[in-house]
Design a protein around this ligand. Structure first.
Ligand SMILES: [Zn+2]
Length: 312
Protein backbone atom coordinates (compact mmCIF):
# COMPACT_ATOMS: atom_id res chain seq x y z
CA UNK A 1 0.00 0.00 0.00
CA UNK A 2 1.23 3.48 -0.74
CA UNK A 3 0.24 7.13 -0.83
CA UNK A 4 0.20 8.99 -4.15
CA UNK A 5 -0.11 12.71 -4.80
CA UNK A 6 -1.01 14.50 -8.05
CA UNK A 7 -0.12 18.19 -8.02
CA UNK A 8 -2.53 19.55 -10.62
CA UNK A 9 -3.06 23.20 -11.47
CA UNK A 10 -6.44 23.42 -9.72
CA UNK A 11 -6.49 20.57 -7.21
CA UNK A 12 -3.99 18.41 -5.38
CA UNK A 13 -5.30 14.85 -5.36
CA UNK A 14 -4.10 12.38 -2.75
CA UNK A 15 -4.81 8.64 -3.03
CA UNK A 16 -4.28 5.58 -0.90
CA UNK A 17 -3.73 2.62 -3.21
CA UNK A 18 -3.01 -1.09 -2.83
CA UNK A 19 -2.18 -3.27 -5.85
CA UNK A 20 -3.93 -0.92 -8.26
CA UNK A 21 -7.02 -0.56 -6.09
CA UNK A 22 -7.94 2.93 -4.89
CA UNK A 23 -8.78 2.48 -1.20
CA UNK A 24 -9.52 6.16 -0.52
CA UNK A 25 -8.79 9.56 -2.01
CA UNK A 26 -9.20 13.22 -1.23
CA UNK A 27 -8.68 16.46 -3.08
CA UNK A 28 -7.46 19.76 -1.66
CA UNK A 29 -7.22 23.15 -3.43
CA UNK A 30 -3.91 23.61 -5.26
CA UNK A 31 -3.59 27.38 -4.96
CA UNK A 32 -0.75 26.79 -7.40
CA UNK A 33 -0.20 30.51 -7.87
CA UNK A 34 1.24 30.62 -4.37
CA UNK A 35 3.70 27.82 -5.12
CA UNK A 36 4.09 24.20 -4.04
CA UNK A 37 6.25 24.29 -0.93
CA UNK A 38 3.72 26.34 1.03
CA UNK A 39 1.13 23.59 0.31
CA UNK A 40 3.21 20.77 1.82
CA UNK A 41 1.88 21.18 5.39
CA UNK A 42 -1.69 20.85 4.04
CA UNK A 43 -0.63 17.87 1.91
CA UNK A 44 0.86 16.20 4.99
CA UNK A 45 -2.30 16.90 6.95
CA UNK A 46 -4.34 15.49 4.04
CA UNK A 47 -2.28 12.29 4.01
CA UNK A 48 -2.77 11.79 7.74
CA UNK A 49 -6.52 12.48 7.42
CA UNK A 50 -6.82 10.02 4.53
CA UNK A 51 -5.01 7.29 6.47
CA UNK A 52 -7.19 7.96 9.51
CA UNK A 53 -10.40 7.73 7.49
CA UNK A 54 -9.20 4.46 5.96
CA UNK A 55 -8.38 3.11 9.42
CA UNK A 56 -4.69 2.66 8.71
CA UNK A 57 -1.39 4.41 9.35
CA UNK A 58 1.91 5.46 7.78
CA UNK A 59 3.54 2.34 9.21
CA UNK A 60 1.42 0.24 6.83
CA UNK A 61 2.61 2.19 3.77
CA UNK A 62 5.58 1.27 1.58
CA UNK A 63 6.22 4.64 -0.01
CA UNK A 64 5.01 7.88 -1.54
CA UNK A 65 4.62 8.78 -5.23
CA UNK A 66 4.37 12.39 -6.38
CA UNK A 67 3.29 13.47 -9.89
CA UNK A 68 4.14 16.93 -11.20
CA UNK A 69 3.36 18.70 -14.49
CA UNK A 70 7.01 19.31 -15.39
CA UNK A 71 10.33 17.69 -16.35
CA UNK A 72 11.66 15.31 -13.71
CA UNK A 73 15.26 14.12 -13.30
CA UNK A 74 16.12 10.59 -14.48
CA UNK A 75 16.26 9.15 -10.98
CA UNK A 76 12.78 10.29 -9.99
CA UNK A 77 14.01 12.57 -7.26
CA UNK A 78 13.38 16.16 -8.24
CA UNK A 79 11.80 18.69 -10.59
CA UNK A 80 14.13 20.07 -13.28
CA UNK A 81 11.84 22.45 -15.17
CA UNK A 82 8.24 23.65 -15.03
CA UNK A 83 6.31 26.53 -16.61
CA UNK A 84 4.42 29.19 -14.64
CA UNK A 85 3.20 27.11 -11.70
CA UNK A 86 5.02 25.46 -8.82
CA UNK A 87 8.37 26.99 -9.88
CA UNK A 88 9.39 27.24 -6.23
CA UNK A 89 9.71 23.43 -6.21
CA UNK A 90 12.59 23.36 -8.73
CA UNK A 91 15.41 21.28 -7.25
CA UNK A 92 13.44 20.63 -4.05
CA UNK A 93 14.44 17.50 -2.14
CA UNK A 94 11.06 15.73 -2.11
CA UNK A 95 12.60 12.49 -0.83
CA UNK A 96 14.19 14.36 2.07
CA UNK A 97 10.85 15.97 2.92
CA UNK A 98 9.10 12.60 2.82
CA UNK A 99 11.71 10.89 5.00
CA UNK A 100 11.68 13.71 7.54
CA UNK A 101 7.92 14.28 7.76
CA UNK A 102 6.51 10.83 6.97
CA UNK A 103 9.41 8.38 7.29
CA UNK A 104 8.76 6.91 3.83
CA UNK A 105 10.75 6.62 0.57
CA UNK A 106 9.46 8.72 -2.30
CA UNK A 107 9.51 8.76 -6.09
CA UNK A 108 8.65 11.72 -8.37
CA UNK A 109 7.44 11.44 -11.98
CA UNK A 110 5.92 13.60 -14.70
CA UNK A 111 2.12 13.48 -14.50
CA UNK A 112 1.46 12.39 -18.10
CA UNK A 113 4.01 9.58 -17.80
CA UNK A 114 2.32 8.51 -14.57
CA UNK A 115 -1.06 8.54 -16.36
CA UNK A 116 0.31 6.34 -19.17
CA UNK A 117 1.71 3.89 -16.61
CA UNK A 118 -1.63 3.93 -14.75
CA UNK A 119 -3.65 3.31 -17.92
CA UNK A 120 -1.40 0.49 -19.19
CA UNK A 121 -1.00 -1.18 -15.79
CA UNK A 122 -4.55 -0.88 -14.44
CA UNK A 123 -6.78 1.14 -16.79
CA UNK A 124 -8.32 1.33 -20.24
CA UNK A 125 -5.10 0.23 -21.98
CA UNK A 126 -4.23 -2.59 -19.60
CA UNK A 127 -1.56 -4.86 -21.06
CA UNK A 128 -0.68 -2.56 -23.97
CA UNK A 129 3.08 -2.24 -24.60
CA UNK A 130 3.24 0.30 -27.43
CA UNK A 131 1.16 3.33 -26.62
CA UNK A 132 1.07 7.10 -26.53
CA UNK A 133 -1.11 9.09 -24.16
CA UNK A 134 -2.33 12.66 -24.59
CA UNK A 135 -3.83 14.57 -21.67
CA UNK A 136 -5.96 17.47 -22.87
CA UNK A 137 -5.98 19.43 -19.62
CA UNK A 138 -5.16 23.06 -18.92
CA UNK A 139 -2.11 22.42 -21.09
CA UNK A 140 -1.48 19.32 -23.22
CA UNK A 141 0.68 16.61 -21.65
CA UNK A 142 1.90 13.49 -23.42
CA UNK A 143 3.88 10.31 -22.77
CA UNK A 144 5.09 7.38 -24.86
CA UNK A 145 5.75 3.68 -24.26
CA UNK A 146 7.70 1.45 -26.67
CA UNK A 147 7.86 -2.31 -26.13
CA UNK A 148 6.57 -1.96 -22.57
CA UNK A 149 9.14 0.69 -21.60
CA UNK A 150 7.99 4.20 -20.82
CA UNK A 151 10.34 6.64 -22.52
CA UNK A 152 12.30 8.97 -20.25
CA UNK A 153 15.44 9.86 -22.21
CA UNK A 154 18.79 11.28 -21.21
CA UNK A 155 17.36 14.53 -19.86
CA UNK A 156 13.96 13.27 -18.73
CA UNK A 157 12.21 14.89 -21.72
CA UNK A 158 11.48 11.93 -24.01
CA UNK A 159 7.83 11.56 -24.92
CA UNK A 160 6.45 14.23 -22.59
CA UNK A 161 6.78 17.32 -24.79
CA UNK A 162 4.11 16.36 -27.33
CA UNK A 163 2.14 19.47 -26.35
CA UNK A 164 5.15 21.39 -27.62
CA UNK A 165 5.29 19.80 -31.06
CA UNK A 166 4.69 22.52 -33.65
CA UNK A 167 1.33 22.45 -35.41
CA UNK A 168 1.59 25.94 -36.99
CA UNK A 169 4.99 27.43 -37.80
CA UNK A 170 3.34 30.87 -38.06
CA UNK A 171 1.31 30.32 -34.92
CA UNK A 172 1.17 31.76 -31.43
CA UNK A 173 4.35 31.74 -29.41
CA UNK A 174 4.12 29.24 -26.55
CA UNK A 175 5.12 29.84 -22.94
CA UNK A 176 7.99 27.38 -23.63
CA UNK A 177 9.48 29.83 -26.14
CA UNK A 178 8.73 27.87 -29.33
CA UNK A 179 6.37 29.42 -31.90
CA UNK A 180 3.32 27.40 -32.92
CA UNK A 181 3.23 24.68 -30.27
CA UNK A 182 0.10 22.51 -30.22
CA UNK A 183 -0.48 23.67 -26.66
CA UNK A 184 -0.38 27.38 -27.56
CA UNK A 185 -2.85 26.82 -30.44
CA UNK A 186 -5.29 24.29 -29.07
CA UNK A 187 -5.07 23.70 -25.31
CA UNK A 188 -7.56 24.90 -22.72
CA UNK A 189 -5.30 27.86 -21.88
CA UNK A 190 -4.26 28.51 -25.48
CA UNK A 191 -7.67 28.48 -27.16
CA UNK A 192 -9.14 31.75 -25.79
CA UNK A 193 -5.92 33.70 -26.38
CA UNK A 194 -5.73 32.65 -30.02
CA UNK A 195 -9.48 32.78 -30.67
CA UNK A 196 -9.62 36.43 -29.65
CA UNK A 197 -7.40 37.28 -32.64
CA UNK A 198 -9.43 35.34 -35.23
CA UNK A 199 -11.92 37.01 -37.57
CA UNK A 200 -15.53 36.81 -36.39
CA UNK A 201 -14.68 36.44 -32.71
CA UNK A 202 -16.54 39.61 -31.66
CA UNK A 203 -19.77 38.20 -33.14
CA UNK A 204 -19.45 34.91 -31.26
CA UNK A 205 -21.14 34.02 -27.97
CA UNK A 206 -17.64 33.06 -26.81
CA UNK A 207 -16.60 36.72 -26.72
CA UNK A 208 -18.90 37.23 -23.73
CA UNK A 209 -17.45 34.30 -21.75
CA UNK A 210 -14.67 34.48 -19.20
CA UNK A 211 -12.28 31.68 -18.28
CA UNK A 212 -13.44 29.46 -21.12
CA UNK A 213 -11.84 26.60 -23.07
CA UNK A 214 -12.66 23.23 -24.63
CA UNK A 215 -16.18 22.80 -23.28
CA UNK A 216 -17.34 26.31 -24.22
CA UNK A 217 -16.22 25.93 -27.84
CA UNK A 218 -17.96 22.58 -28.26
CA UNK A 219 -21.14 23.79 -26.56
CA UNK A 220 -21.33 27.01 -28.59
CA UNK A 221 -20.65 25.06 -31.78
CA UNK A 222 -23.42 22.63 -30.95
CA UNK A 223 -25.78 25.55 -30.35
CA UNK A 224 -25.10 26.88 -33.84
CA UNK A 225 -22.49 29.57 -33.20
CA UNK A 226 -20.76 29.88 -36.59
CA UNK A 227 -17.44 31.11 -35.17
CA UNK A 228 -17.36 28.31 -32.60
CA UNK A 229 -18.09 25.75 -35.34
CA UNK A 230 -15.13 27.02 -37.38
CA UNK A 231 -12.98 27.03 -34.25
CA UNK A 232 -13.98 23.44 -33.43
CA UNK A 233 -12.98 22.32 -36.94
CA UNK A 234 -9.70 24.20 -36.59
CA UNK A 235 -9.01 22.63 -33.18
CA UNK A 236 -9.63 19.15 -34.60
CA UNK A 237 -6.96 19.90 -37.24
CA UNK A 238 -4.46 20.93 -34.55
CA UNK A 239 -5.27 18.00 -32.26
CA UNK A 240 -5.05 15.49 -35.12
CA UNK A 241 -1.76 17.01 -36.32
CA UNK A 242 -0.33 16.67 -32.81
CA UNK A 243 -1.42 13.04 -32.57
CA UNK A 244 -0.08 12.24 -36.06
CA UNK A 245 3.28 13.71 -34.96
CA UNK A 246 3.27 11.42 -31.93
CA UNK A 247 2.37 8.38 -34.06
CA UNK A 248 5.14 9.15 -36.54
CA UNK A 249 7.62 9.59 -33.66
CA UNK A 250 6.74 6.66 -31.39
CA UNK A 251 5.01 3.95 -33.50
CA UNK A 252 2.19 3.17 -31.04
CA UNK A 253 -0.56 0.60 -31.51
CA UNK A 254 -2.83 2.51 -29.15
CA UNK A 255 -3.50 6.21 -28.64
CA UNK A 256 -4.97 6.94 -25.20
CA UNK A 257 -6.76 10.27 -24.77
CA UNK A 258 -7.35 11.74 -21.35
CA UNK A 259 -8.04 15.01 -19.54
CA UNK A 260 -10.99 17.39 -19.35
CA UNK A 261 -11.62 17.32 -23.12
CA UNK A 262 -12.64 13.67 -22.77
CA UNK A 263 -15.83 14.77 -21.05
CA UNK A 264 -16.77 15.51 -24.67
CA UNK A 265 -15.43 12.18 -25.98
CA UNK A 266 -18.82 11.28 -27.49
CA UNK A 267 -18.59 14.34 -29.75
CA UNK A 268 -14.94 14.46 -30.74
CA UNK A 269 -13.27 11.06 -30.31
CA UNK A 270 -14.61 9.53 -33.50
CA UNK A 271 -13.96 12.50 -35.88
CA UNK A 272 -10.52 12.96 -34.33
CA UNK A 273 -9.61 9.28 -34.77
CA UNK A 274 -10.87 9.38 -38.36
CA UNK A 275 -8.74 12.44 -39.21
CA UNK A 276 -5.67 10.85 -37.66
CA UNK A 277 -6.19 7.60 -39.58
CA UNK A 278 -6.46 9.55 -42.84
CA UNK A 279 -3.31 11.57 -42.14
CA UNK A 280 -0.90 9.16 -40.40
CA UNK A 281 1.57 6.98 -42.31
CA UNK A 282 1.00 3.59 -40.71
CA UNK A 283 1.28 0.87 -43.37
CA UNK A 284 0.95 -1.85 -40.71
CA UNK A 285 -2.64 -0.83 -39.90
CA UNK A 286 -4.41 1.81 -37.84
CA UNK A 287 -3.66 2.75 -34.22
CA UNK A 288 -6.64 2.18 -31.95
CA UNK A 289 -8.06 5.06 -29.94
CA UNK A 290 -9.07 4.75 -26.31
CA UNK A 291 -10.49 7.31 -23.90
CA UNK A 292 -9.13 6.99 -20.37
CA UNK A 293 -11.81 5.41 -18.22
CA UNK A 294 -11.12 7.61 -15.21
CA UNK A 295 -8.68 10.45 -15.98
CA UNK A 296 -8.95 11.65 -12.39
CA UNK A 297 -7.28 8.55 -11.00
CA UNK A 298 -4.94 7.26 -13.71
CA UNK A 299 -2.10 9.55 -12.56
CA UNK A 300 -2.46 8.34 -8.97
CA UNK A 301 -2.56 4.68 -10.04
CA UNK A 302 0.57 5.15 -12.15
CA UNK A 303 2.43 6.75 -9.26
CA UNK A 304 1.41 3.84 -7.05
CA UNK A 305 2.78 1.40 -9.63
CA UNK A 306 6.10 3.31 -9.59
CA UNK A 307 6.21 3.63 -5.80
CA UNK A 308 5.72 -0.14 -5.47
CA UNK A 309 8.79 -0.72 -7.63
CA UNK A 310 11.04 2.11 -6.49
CA UNK A 311 14.27 1.51 -4.58
CA UNK A 312 15.63 4.40 -2.61
ZN1 LIG B 1 5.56 25.06 -26.23
Amino acid sequence: MNVTIDFGGTNIKIGLIRDGEMLAKISIPARSGTGLLSRLPDVEEGIRRLLGEAGTSLAACGGIGIALPGIIDGEGKTLLSIKDKYTDALGFDFAGWSQERLGLPLVVENDARAALIGETAYGAARGERDAVLVIFGTGIGTAAMIGGRVLRGKHGQAGILGGHLTTDIYGERCNCGNPGCLEAQASHWGIPLRAAKLPGYADSALAAETDWGYASVLRASEEGDAFAARLEADLLRHWSAGIVNLIHAYDPEVVILSGGLMKSAARILSPLAEMVREQAWTPWGAPRFLAAGDPETSVLLGMSYLADRHDS
